[in-house]
Design a protein around this ligand. Structure first.
Ligand code: TYC
Length: 119
């Protein structure tokens, strides 16, 4: 606890001190903001035997703002390893991406599947 020239307690700018004696004999419980960082979610693409490679590359470019080189690298990773991460997003954004990819694949009659999990 810091004091000013009147020997009054100066509160921390960040309000992160747990307890102190304010000089009055009264214990002060300063509130610590109980804010947790919201979790991030991995959006994951799954391999299958039928979706054309070109279509997967197009999906990655369209919904994940990748250039053709990045999209091809992720597509080949999924093709050879079975799964791959397209990106990290807040829960809302991840849910929207998953929905957009799955709908787009279905509309084009491909079995391509996208899912998400907490990072
Ligand atoms: N395995 C597919 C093929 O050989 C290509 C593919 C890659 C499909 C990635 C899905 O998420 C995927 N045509």
């Amino acid at each position: 606890m810091a004091f000013n020239k009147f020997r009054e307690p100066v509160l921390s700018q960040y309000n992160d001190e747990k307890t102190d004696e304010g000089g009055s004999g009264t214990a002060v419980q300063e509130t610590r903001p109980k804010l947790k960082k919201p979790p991030l979610y991995k959006v994951i693409l799954l391999n299958d035997d039928f979706t054309p490679m070109d279509f997967v590359v197009e999906v990655l470019m369209r919904f994940f703002v990748m250039n053709e080189e990045q999209a091809t690298r992720i597509m080949m990773h999924v093709h050879t390893r079975g799964v791959g991460v397209c990106g990290l997003f807040s829960r809302d954004v991840a849910e929207t991406k998953v929905q957009q990819v799955n709908e787009y694949a279905r509309r084009h009659q491909h079995p391509l599947l996208c899912t998400m999990e907490e990072a």
